[in-house]
Design a binder for this molecule. Structure first.
Ligand code: SF4
Ligand code: SF4
Length: 324
């Protein structure tokens, strides 16, 4: 498949997943609304995939699992999705960020709209950019320290089985349904920044992206430049949403690379850029796209087959915790 078709394919997958997420959110909203009112409880099904929005629960569950407590049965899908995404970063770099993540999809729509409006996106000067990028790593370290070091296995288990954690999904929903003026202001400010800059939330604030970026540095897969074919036109460096200077590198090792293939798609000169495993084996675009989907769907399927997907929080517990 010619690399110019990669961007339409990636965007199709992004929007497909965004649509799925909207459906998932609406199903969960319907479930929560019905908990206190429906007479026929047999029709109420909680969409377990909503746990994908609980990455901290996934991190807590993973730590608890590693410390010998078994999988987090309160929100097991959160653990499965978390581990799947970490493994996908190890194999296919931060492909989750540019192919699946709905926040990154909205962010990409924003900066592309900004580009259409102003014919450009801005970039922070070097020192604030580097300083702010460090912020997401600090957040990541804070979460990893808090969960893996500061909390004992008993404390992890206690939190996972707490009433607070049982309805963490509903708390998140309520956060958006009854958003405070302050939180709304922050979201709007981020939206404005996301029009001017490329992916500021992912670049400066997302601890998940920080973790995936560090894991991705171990990945055997990288964008690789054939220095003999390259005509040094600079398009790849201009087009990169994470501002990587692709033209001046032979292989992209940066943790910021989100494996979006934009540089490869826009390089029209003798296919000077390619996605390669261990710098040797070129990965065709359709294979990469198929692998991204297979990894993500495969992780979900494994979770379901192994019985680690459905939450053990019973309908009665939701009623007890939600209906005052
Ligand atoms: S777009 Fe292709 S030809 Fe142009 S600088 Fe980048 S790698 Fe070289
Ligand atoms: S280096 Fe290429 S694949 Fe990586 S983020 Fe930049 S444009 Fe996307």
């Amino acid at each position: 498949m010619p690399s110019r078709y990669m961007q339409p394919l990636r965007i199709l997958i992004q929007f497909g997943y965004l649509g799925f997420i909207v459906w998932l959110g609406f199903s969960f909203y319907t479930f929560v609304q019905a908990v206190g009112t429906s007479a026929d409880r047999s029709t109420l099904v909680r969409p377990d995939g909503i746990d994908a929005f609980l990455p901290i629960s996934g991190l807590l569950g993973t730590a608890s699992w590693i410390k010998g407590n078994g999988i987090n049965l309160i929100h097991p899908a959160a653990v499965i999705v978390f581990i799947t995404i970490v493994i996908s970063s190890l194999l296919l770099r931060r492909s989750f960020c540019s192919w699946i993540c709905p926040i990154a999809t909205l962010s990409e729509i924003s900066w592309k709209s900004g580009f259409r409006l102003f014919y450009r996106n801005w970039r922070l000067p070097s020192w604030p950019d580097v300083t702010l990028r460090g912020f997401k790593y600090l957040l990541m370290l804070f979460f990893i320290y808090s969960v893996f070091i500061a909390m004992s296995s008993e404390a992890l288990l206690g939190f996972i089985q707490s009433d607070y954690h049982k309805i963490a999904d509903v708390r998140l929903l309520n956060f958006f349904l009854h958003i405070s003026p302050f939180a709304l202001g922050v979201v709007l400010l981020l939206f404005v920044f996301s029009i001017a800059l490329r992916n500021p939330f992912c670049r400066y604030m997302c601890p998940y992206g920080a973790l995936l970026g560090l894991v991705a540095t171990l990945s055997p897969v990288r964008v690789t430049r054939n220095t003999e074919r390259c005509v040094s036109c600079g398009v790849c460096s201009q087009i990169c949403p994470t501002y990587i200077d692709v033209m001046h590198t032979s292989s992209v090792s940066s943790p910021e690379c989100i494996a979006c293939w934009r540089c490869i798609s826009h390089c029209r000169y003798n296919e000077a850029l390619s996605m390669r495993a261990v710098q040797r084996v070129a990965i065709p675009g359709y294979i990469f796209a198929a692998l991204v989907l297979l990894l993500f769907l495969g992780g979900t399927a494994l979770g379901k087959i192994s019985g680690n997907w459905h939450s053990t929080v019973s309908f009665e517990e939701y009623v007890r915790l939600l209906v005052k």
